[in-house]
Write a protein that binds this ligand. Structure first.
Ligand code: PMP
Length: 415
């Protein structure tokens, strides 16, 4: 509170645009922390929530069920990798990850394999701010003070790449070797590996290739270790396909979804799992139950929003499939920039590292400068330290994108 700028008051949001107190209108180019898919206050989703709230606003989801949850599961599953058959509801991204970790851990315990207690994660990863999600994620300034509260995990390098990266294959080979070495050294020790597939979000929009995920998937299947995809950010079109798992044609055993699941209207999340994991819990023994329930699990309003958002995605997937081409044109224009390096893109996400004389990372001060320059140009940008990125809602038009690219050119010229 002492060092933060006073927050800006938002009066309303319509499509790409937010109206601030004082009358300024700004473009939300980070989809409000990556949740918004179709623009703000989309009338279809607003109406779905309203209609649902007149019928059933919420009900306990233990021993009871309801149409919105059943319909959302039924309509979501066909979009997920074929091997995922079951949906567990909760209410935010961190929790979707906690549930996946608990499922993976208990899967082995329920099978009597109690040695498998360690998770493998990636350097630079972020899976949420609750204790389990923090523990599985890479240690960072976000979690540093809680070191002793967290459980240990093993970390391997993320083969972070960018356009025209000559070293990408080497990085991938190094990473796969690091994973294999862990698994060969102590094959009975690991419960699972968790990864943000294709794009690490909070760690700095670091991107890897689908080819890497395919190789990783194979290594884990060979060693029969559970593969957990945290698609909380990458889900629902962000990577240019429905999910990173679909884009890479890989099959995680567990998958976490949240953020865009309701189009950015309400908190909701799911953890999907395969039949084999489900069967490890399907038992007469009460101790084999996954004891995990939240008050707002499968909230009907969230599910109704999720159904309306899915319909919008299904009606026009070109909106998220095609943004890549426009970003690519801009990326080529930036190729010779002395201030932007490691330019990378994945579907609707474009990122670059800004060259400054200071240490790279989240605390780099250029973030504040860019935020301010962007606001002066009616753009909401919120760099992660010296990583500048765009992740707009899919309703952005080509003209608006062009305006944003021009704005960024202008900002880069001033720093
Ligand atoms: N996983 C990833 C990949 C995320 O980007 C985030 C949020 N930024 C989370 C998990 C945590 O989600 P939430 O903030 O909804 O708890």
């Amino acid at each position: 509170m002492k060092t933060a700028e006073p927050p800006l008051k938002v009066l309303s949001g319509k499509g790409l645009w937010l109206e601030l107190e004082g009358g300024q209108h700004i473009m939300d180019l980070i989809s409000s922390w990556w949740v918004n898919l179709h623009g703000h206050s989309h009338p279809d989703i607003a109406k779905a929530i309203y209609d649902q709230s007149l019928n059933l606003e919420h009900v306990i989801f233990a021993g009871f069920t309801h149409d919105p949850a059943e319909q959302l599961s039924a309509r979501l599953l066909p979009h997920l990798p074929d091997n995922l058959d079951h949906i567990f509801f909760s209410d935010n991204g961190s929790t979707a990850v906690e549930v996946a970790l608990k499922m993976a851990w208990q899967y082995w315990a329920n099978r009597g394999d109690t040695g498998r207690k360690t998770f493998i994660g990636f350097e630079g990863s972020y899976h949420g701010d609750t204790l389990g999600a923090m523990s599985a994620g890479s240690r960072s300034i976000f979690s540093q003070v809680f070191g002793k509260l967290m459980f240990d995990a093993e970390y391997v390098p993320y083969p972070s790449t960018f356009l025209n990266d000559p070293d990408v294959e080497q990085k991938e080979a190094d990473c796969l070797r690091a994973v294999s070495n862990l698994l060969l050294k102590d094959p009975e020790r690991y419960a699972g590996l968790i990864i943000e597939p294709l794009v690490q979000g909070a760690g700095g929009m670091r991107m890897c290739r689908p080819e890497f995920l395919q190789k990783l998937d194979r290594v884990l299947k060979d060693h029969q270790i559970l593969l957990i995809y945290d698609e909380v950010m990458t889900g629902f079109g962000r990577t240019g396909d429905w999910f990173a798992s679909i884009k890479s044609q890989t099959q995680p055993d567990l998958m976490c979804l949240s953020k865009g699941i309701t189009g950015g209207f309400l908190p909701l999340s799911v953890t999907a799992c395969n039949e084999e994991i489900y069967q490890a819990f399907y038992s007469d023994d009460p101790l084999k139950t996954l004891y995990h329930g939240h008050s707002y699990t499968a909230n009907p309003l969230g599910c109704a929003a999720g159904l309306a958002s899915l319909s919008l995605l299904e009606e026009d997937p070109g909106r998220f499939r095609n943004m890549h081409h426009e970003h690519l044109g801009f990326a080529h224009e930036l190729a010779d920039s002395p201030v932007a390096k490691n330019i990378r893109l994945c579907g609707t996400i474009l990122a670059m590292d800004i060259v400054t004389g200071d240490e790279e990372g989240y605390l780099n001060q250029v973030s504040g400068t860019i935020k301010k320059l962007a606001l002066e140009r009616n753009m909401l940008l919120r760099p992660l330290g010296n990583t500048l990125y765009l992740m707009p809602p899919y309703c952005i038009t080509s003209d608006e994108l062009q305006r944003v690219y021009n704005g960024i050119h202008d900002i880069l010229g001033r720093i």
